[in-house]
Design a protein around this ligand. Structure first.
Ligand SMILES: [Fe+2]
Length: 511
């Protein structure tokens, strides 16, 4: 049986229940391989990333060919996930007990984790700051379409059976509040952490996001699967609690993650709504068992592809360094003069071949440009990036600098120190202050927001004026289409999307 996220999660929680000392996530196991071909044996035209990009680009208007492709993608993953064990109750009657048992086990595991940490145990997930940032980067394709699996229900918003699911979607969009829109929060987090190149990832990082967008594109045929997917996605997992705790500890804003701890709560939050939606949508005339089997398929799809603990376990500081340097090799190979020679080869020659980046790093170490296991201030290569005579200043973004910095520091990077920016007074690396302490210290000060710069709330979003005009007009059909388009996965986090969401949220609350 192939190892799955479900199995690893169960093992992790079992380990925590037995109060074993904190340890890094289990080494990455061979995962469920991406199903390769369509039912008729044709190779799919799109891999996960290409499908993800195409569906996002299409937003509310995937054409028939793209929808067929999305459906085939779902069917391939449905077949794959049917080979894995499913812990959903055999009938909806067992759902409440199932949820309570999951919650109790997650709660106990988290308390055990906290006890280990308070006794001085190391972080369980993130060995360094660059490890945490690499995780944020790895899961970005999924987080940036957060909620998308529910989008296809929007045309049926007047159906009271779907009320809980539509409300969940609108809340994923923050009810139109830019500080609560999940996708926008994640975009801001990536920007704040200097993670620019998140799109450059292997196909497996796109599987979960592509499934979510595919469900949105095929909702009319896949309502039970959407309900099941939502059921799986909206339960509170242990990894969310630990991730939020450790990001905070590393001085990284955990709001995106803590927000999910609160909105997914089982008492009245998304988890509870997910349960209610599963029960309320069971058919009275059609075959209930067949419906429930498809709900279970959807539930399993929420566990397909690379998950949180997979992304964390996959981190390797050396590979991350090679990826950072290799990512710049193309432009770097043209930027250096032939005076820069390392072991007889010009830097241009080293960088011209991305496969040679590993050899380049080894040569830099041999020649003393990189001194591993020391303060980066002692490495000449670091001095090129940050410092008084940093001729490569600005070449790398903050995430990339952190990867290089932590790689040079080696084991010492376990203190989670952020890289030291160039300045008149050079500092030694210092352990981070917890994010909550930084925020508490800032309490009482009026927070500055970029919105402060707007004149009379004005914005250059061309869709906003159009939306306002439509809302005042009497073209009901056009108005519905405009709202649906602006609430789409590609649009909802912009000014017009947020305003459209506020209107829909208002209609939902008034209904
Ligand atoms: Fe969310």
């Amino acid at each position: 049986m192939q190892n799955t996220r479900l199995a690893r999660r169960a093992a992790e929680e079992a380990q925590m229940r037995h109060l074993t000392p904190a340890a890094p996530p289990a080494p990455r196991q061979p995962r469920a391989a991406a199903p390769a071909a369509n039912e008729d044996g044709r190779e799919p035209a799109h891999g996960a990333r290409a499908l993800y990009d195409a569906l996002l680009q299409a937003n509310d208007r995937p054409d028939a060919a793209l929808r067929a492709e999305a459906r085939a993608f779902i069917e391939r993953w449905r077949a794959e996930m049917r080979t894995q064990p499913c812990d959903l109750p055999a009938s909806p009657d067992g759902l409440a007990t199932w949820q309570q048992a999951n919650l109790a086990s997650t709660g106990a595991a988290y308390q055990a984790y906290l006890a280990v940490r308070k006794a001085g145990g190391p972080r369980r997930y993130f060995g360094s700051r660059s490890h945490a940032l690499n995780f944020l980067r790895a899961v970005a394709p999924t987080k940036l379409v957060d909620g998308a699996w529910l989008y296809g229900l929007l045309p049926d918003a007047a159906n009271p059976h779907l009320n809980d699911l539509i409300l969940t979607y609108v809340e994923e969009l923050g009810d139109g509040d830019p500080d609560k829109n999940h996708v926008l929060l994640y975009r801001r987090l990536l920007d704040a952490m200097g993670i620019v190149d998140w799109a450059e990832q292997p196909d497996e990082a796109y599987v979960q996001g592509a499934l979510q967008l595919s469900l949105a594109a095929c909702t009319t045929e896949l309502l039970p699967e959407v309900i099941g997917f939502n059921l799986g996605y909206e339960q509170l997992p242990l990894h969310l609690l630990i991730t939020a705790y450790e990001l905070d500890e590393l001085g990284i804003d955990p709001t995106y993650f803590t927000l999910h701890v609160t909105v997914d709560n089982a008492a009245g939050g998304h988890a509870q709504r997910a349960l209610r939606a599963a029960a309320e949508n069971l058919p009275a005339l059609a075959d209930r068992e067949a419906f429930w089997a498809r709900v279970a398929d959807g539930y399993m799809l929420s566990n397909a592809g690379q998950g949180t603990t997979d992304a964390i376990a996959a981190f390797d500081p050396h590979q991350a360094l090679l990826q950072v340097l290799g990512g710049r090799a193309g432009e770097g190979s043209l930027a250096h003069s032939d005076y820069c020679r390392i072991e007889g080869r010009t830097v241009n020659q080293w960088l011209a071949d991305p496969a040679a980046v590993g050899g380049f790093v080894a040569a830099l170490e041999r020649k003393g440009w990189l001194v591993r296991g020391s303060d980066p201030a002692q490495s000449r290569f670091w001095a090129l990036l940050q410092g008084e005579h940093a001729s490569m200043f600005g070449v790398f973004g903050d995430y990339e600098l952190q990867v290089i910095y932590d790689w040079i520091r080696g084991d010492a990077a376990a203190d989670g120190a952020a890289f030291v920016r160039a300045g008149p007074a050079a500092r030694a690396p210092a352990p981070p202050r917890a994010f909550r302490h930084v925020r508490r210290a800032a309490q009482g000060q009026t927070p500055l927001s970029l919105a402060t710069l707007a004149e009379d709330g004005s914005t250059l979003d061309p869709d906003l004026a159009e939306l306002r005009q439509m809302l005042e007009g009497d073209d009901v059909v056009g108005r519905g289409a405009a709202l649906r388009r602006l609430l789409g996965p590609a649009m909802h986090w912009g000014p017009a999307g947020l305003e459209a969401t506020r209107h829909v949220a208002q209609m939902m609350r008034a209904a």
